[in-house]
Design a protein around this ligand. Structure first.
Ligand code: SF4
Ligand code: SF4
Length: 115
């Protein structure tokens, strides 16, 4: 077994920075159902009061607080819907990234094991 430094994965340090970046937190219909159930709301009410249209108007996104952070962020780094958080959240930064992400994300780089 050897370390393949051409591939890395990232270990989240739970700094909470990604929850404070302004922008879309996309939720799929299945995620809407699960989150509404988790917070004890009817799906229609949840959609009306906790989501908005994404910037490209193709999806639903969780609403933001006034400072641009996610509505479900509590304190510095606590997610109020952690067990049912959207795939966009759980997938970052291993499944997707965006330009400049490394300047704000504190995740530790881990070389992938190969062989
Ligand atoms: S749903 Fe949770 S993990 Fe995702 S951005 Fe909001 S607070 Fe962060
Ligand atoms: S910014 Fe990076 S290290 Fe911080 S909570 Fe998000 S994924 Fe984890």
């Amino acid at each position: 077994m050897s370390l393949d430094t051409s591939k890395v994965s990232y270990l989240c340090q739970r700094c909470g920075n990604c929850c404070r970046w302004p922008g879309d937190v996309i939720v799929t219909p299945e995620e809407v159902d699960a989150i509404a159930r988790h917070v004890g709301m009817e799906v229609d009410e949840f959609i009306q009061t906790r989501t908005r249209l994404s910037a490209n108007r193709k999806h639903l996104s969780i609403i933001d607080k006034e400072d641009g952070s996610c509505f479900f962020l509590e304190g510095k780094n606590s997610c109020l819907i952690q067990p049912v958080k959207p795939a966009q959240c759980s997938g970052f930064p291993n499944s997707w990234q965006f330009p400049g992400w490394r300047d704000v994300c504190e995740a530790i780089e881990i070389p992938a094991k190969a062989g």
